[in-house]
Design a protein around this ligand. Structure first.
Ligand code: ASP
Ligand code: MG
Length: 429
């Protein structure tokens, strides 16, 4: 008997029929003798619809009210699921994030969990009942206001609860069969990974793979929570995120099998590029530019500085940032144009980023050469490059990103010869 935390995403609880299907799945785990705690997202596109509604009322909704509004989505799905489970003869109770003891900082819209004290959840489970918790929300103890954790935050709720309850596993149920070598919506013959390490999953999530939220993976790694990503629409085994070595890859049993070099190819369409043109090439200018951007609260990703032209002593500096921060960064830099002394700014949001991720690249030479060869054969121009120990990222034109992902996926022999990956649900909204 195990303690299992199960998290169901919005597409798994999109309507009454889906909620009843999830209820059945929960009761099956319960009847198999396990203790079950369930975390739910809002039904289908509810969160987006609530955001649209707020926008219709006012262009600038107060953040406190926005969080109260958005927490309603998860409260709808949690209570409906509790009713459906009760209807199948198993006792179930639902709890808001606050009731479940999810304590956060005070940052509305992207609060961080600072503590979880789930005594009511423990009591519920001890009574043999199923506890259902609203994902994506908590409470700030100093204001006593509800907060939300940022889009996709229910994954983090689930992992944080699993860590606090010392659960045996945190199962994240989604609309694909696990973590794939690329987004199956772009690469239909992407392959499902049986296992992936926390570090690789962290790089995948940070590079745009949406299957797990970045914070959730950070949390899982810190507390070593084994995360099983799987589909609520099938009974297939999914992907285990863990640092435990694969028992099937025991080198003494089979020396021909090796850990794969590459875990996968991630892509991200959410960034933009700012080029600061004509920056005087003297010490201190780059520092000023990035101080100004940081003071505006904007996080940068890649940075490139060109060699300065000898004749002019001027250089160009380009960097990428979330496109949603584009206006903020541009305004801040323009305000400081006189003291920094650059000539002009270029803003470009028609870029895409491809990232190749794999722990094996540390010890295998030639990975970048193969990546660049694949892109050049596909006729794709590379605009920027950045690397970490286990990742290489390149910026391309947004409209060649899908082709780039497919070309690189094939070049690293990641294509599956078997069936096409199935995307069961979700509008991808
Ligand atoms: N309902 C929230 C969202 O759509 C949280 C989640 O789904 O995890 O972002
Ligand atoms: Mg989600």
């Amino acid at each position: 008997m195990a303690l299992i935390v199960q998290k169901y995403g919005g597409s798994s609880v999109a309507d009454a029929t889906s909620i009843k299907r999830v209820a059945k799945r929960v009761t099956e785990a319960k009847k198999a003798g396990h203790d079950v705690v369930v975390v739910v997202s809002a039904m289908g596109d509810t969160t987006d619809e609530l955001i649209d509604l707020a926008q219709q009322v006012t262009p600038l909704p107060p953040q406190r009210e926005m969080d109260i509004l958005l927490t309603a989505g998860e409260r709808i799905s949690m209570s409906l699921l509790a009713m459906a489970i009760n209807n199948l003869g198993v006792e179930a109770k639902s709890f808001t994030g606050q009731q479940a003891g999810v304590i956060t900082d005070e940052v509305y819209g992207k609060a961080r969990i600072i503590d979880v004290s789930p005594s009511r959840i423990r009591d519920t489970v001890a009574r043999g009942e199923v506890a259902i918790v609203a994902g994506f929300q908590g409470v700030n103890p100093s204001t006593n206001d509800v907060t939300t954790l940022g889009r996709g935050g229910s994954d983090t709720t689930a992992v944080a609860l699993a860590a606090s309850l010392k659960a045996d596993v945190c199962e994240i149920y989604t609309d694909v069969d696990g973590v794939f070598t690329a987004d199956p919506r772009i690469v239909p013959n992407a392959r499902k990974l049986d296992r992936i390490s926390y570090d690789e999953m962290l790089e995948m999530a940070a590079s745009g793979a949406k299957v797990l939220m970045l914070r959730c993976v950070e949390y899982a790694r810190r507390y070593e929570v084994p995360v099983h990503v799987r589909s609520s629409f099938s009974t297939h085994t999914g992907t285990l995120v863990t640092n435990e070595p694969d028992p099937d890859l025991d080198s003494e049993k089979d020396t021909t099998m090796e850990q794969p070099i590459i875990a996968g190819v991630a892509h991200d369409r959410s960034e933009a590029k700012i080029t600061v043109v004509g920056v005087p090439d003297v010490p201190g200018k780059a520092a000023r530019i990035f101080e100004v951007v940081a003071a505006a609260g904007v996080n940068l990703d890649m940075i490139v500085q060109n060699v300065s032209a000898a004749a002019t002593g001027l250089t160009d500096i380009s960097f990428t940032l979330p496109a949603t921060d584009g206006a903020t960064a541009t305004q801040a830099l323009t305000a400081h144009q006189p003291d920094i002394g650059f000539q002009s700014l270029q803003y470009d949001d028609a870029i895409g980023k491809l990232s190749l991720i794999g722990a094996g690249m540390k010890s295998h030479p030639g990975v970048s050469a193969r990546l660049f060869a694949a892109l050049s054969e596909a006729g794709i121009n590379i605009e920027m490059i950045s690397t970490s120990e286990i990742r290489i990222s390149v910026v391309t034109r947004a409209d060649s990103l899908d082709d780039a992902v497919r070309a690189v996926h094939t070049a690293f022999e990641l294509d599956s010869e078997q069936d096409e990956a199935v995307v069961y649900g979700g509008t991808g909204r």
